[in-house]
Design a protein around this ligand. Structure first.
Ligand SMILES: NC(=O)c1ccc[n+]([C@@H]2O[C@H](COP(=O)([O-])OP(=O)(O)OC[C@H]3O[C@@H](n4cnc5c(N)ncnc54)[C@H](O)[C@@H]3O)[C@@H](O)[C@H]2O)c1
Ligand SMILES: [Zn+2]
Length: 431
């Protein structure tokens, strides 16, 4: 039986993405030419920034932000930071440098070199993205990046103190209160006396994502992240109310964030369809409107014949967050193969992973989980190689390299290879 939709998604009204691309291209060209003055101008016009000097915040401002926060929130941030750091450090320890002898006398190796400077974008806007500050900066630090710069929108009265405190705890070196395309440009071009970032990391809205995409090449990026998406796989063991709550929690991200349920148990699907609108109604505004739009336009409920069919559907959607609320969790862990982050069992929830559990929440969206995982220490490290040759390896290596070179039509390469068969003295003598 093919997958049967109990609720299909009508989709959002079409939007012209090329508008965003054009806007960002014009902004980046202006920022490249006009540098700090252009950045200040955009900050005033788009974000109501009122300064006229540097938007940089001092280390004292970062270190003192906790005084404006409840102690319990500082404890929560410390708890989340410890988990995120522990996970990133375990990730770092799982990859190693090595040296190997491929043939007698032919030695090669791998080194893991941290980037010199990472630039972290921490979104502002509707929500105070405390967790994003922790996820990006902590991971760069765990990778051993010596300079971490960051920017975040200025807000009405400066960035949220909890974002500042989270950045301080995560260990940021320099911070600009500057958002959007001008913030990204400041990190990439080294405006306001920042070091130029080697890599731009962190989520943001469509303008931020497009700016990263257009700058990619001369500067690295973690990924192009679109609106967040989530899928729940639930069998007869799942609680409809809990599944409905989880779907609503991720629809809350915004009207462009799809949530999907796949189940092999029709009564569960029907109960969830009944519950979701009721739970949405109880949310405060503007979250209620965001979740309602996401659910109505993009929410899907799919009925499958069995668990294999459910898993196959997850592989097709390749969701950013994939949550199995099913029996036999080991089967699901072994079988599922396309997701940014997997949540196993009804005891956990994507909200844990979003905020405090430890694995990174900057994850591939829009089916990018078919080809990449999320933000990790790997993105902040260059996996580079080296090689060295002893005389006993030379005859075979030079012969094979010269042979392939000539077959390719590359005589210069062949001669360079064969020259290694004679000692350095002979080369000097021949000059
Ligand atoms: N995938 C993840 O892991 C993850 C995590 C957290 C947040 N997010 C995403 O981050 C995003 C946050 O978006 P946001 O808008 O709240 O904050 P944001 O910081 O990404 O963007 C705000 C900036 O956008 C710029 N901007 C606004 N309107 C503009 C316009 N018309 N032209 C040019 N620039 C403009 C402004 O300069 C402003 O500073 C959301 O899309 C959210 O889903 C993703
Ligand atoms: Zn979320």
């Amino acid at each position: 039986m093919p997958i049967h939709h109990l609720k299909a998604a009508p989709g959002l009204p079409p939007q012209d993405a090329s508008d965003t691309a054009d806007t960002v291209a014009i902004m980046l060209a202006r920022l490249r030419a006009g540098r700090e003055e252009a950045a200040r101008d955009y900050a005033r016009r788009l974000d109501g920034w009122s300064g006229d000097g540097t938007p940089e915040l001092s280390q004292e401002a970062l270190a003192g932000a906790h005084r404006r926060l409840p102690v319990t929130l500082c404890e929560d941030i410390a708890y989340a930071h410890a988990n995120i750091r522990a996970f990133a450090e375990a990730q770092r320890a799982s990859i190693t440098e090595f040296e190997t002898e491929l043939r007698p006398g032919l030695v090669a190796g791998q080194r893991l070199l941290p980037l010199t400077c990472a630039g972290a974008y921490v979104p502002g806007g509707r929500y105070a993205h405390i967790a994003s500050a922790l996820m990006t900066i902590t991971t760069a630090r765990a990778a051993g990046v010596p300079q971490v710069t960051a920017c975040t929108p200025p807000g009405k009265d400066g960035p949220h103190p909890a974002i500042l405190h989270a950045m301080h705890v995560a260990g940021v070196d320099r911070l600009l209160a500057m958002g959007g395309v001008q913030g990204i440009a400041a990190l990439a071009f080294g405006l306001f006396d920042l070091p130029e970032a080697d890599l731009l990391a962190g989520p943001g809205n469509a303008f931020v994502a497009e700016a990263k995409r257009q700058l990619f090449g001369p500067v690295g990026i973690d990924m192009v992240a679109g609106p967040t998406d989530s899928m729940i796989l639930a069998d007869a063991t799942a609680s409809p109310r809990r599944v409905a709550l989880d779907l609503v929690s991720q629809a809350e991200h915004g009207g462009t964030s799809p949530v999907w349920l796949v189940t092999d148990h029709r009564p569960l699907a029907e109960a969830v369809l009944h519950e979701v609108p009721r739970i949405i109604e109880t949310l405060p505004e503007p979250n209620r409107q965001a979740a309602a739009t996401a659910w109505e336009a993009l929410g899907e409920v799919m009925l499958a014949e069995n668990r294999e069919e459910m898993a196959a559907q997850a592989d097709v959607y390749a969701p950013e967050h994939l949550h199995a609320q099913c029996a036999a969790l080991d089967w699901w862990r072994d079988r599922l193969s396309a997701y940014g982050s997997l949540f196993l069992g009804a005891e956990t929830t994507v909200a844990f992973g979003d905020k405090a559990a430890g694995p990174n929440h900057v994850l591939p969206t829009g089916r990018a989980a078919r080809y990449t995982g999320g933000l990790s220490v790997h993105k902040f490290l260059k996996c580079v190689t080296w090689q060295r040759v002893e005389p006993r390896a030379l005859p075979e290596l030079a012969r094979a390299s010269a042979g392939i070179s000539r077959a390719e039509g590359m005589e210069g390469h062949a001669r360079a290879a064969e020259d290694r068969l004679t000692g350095p003295e002979a080369r000097l003598g021949g000059l």
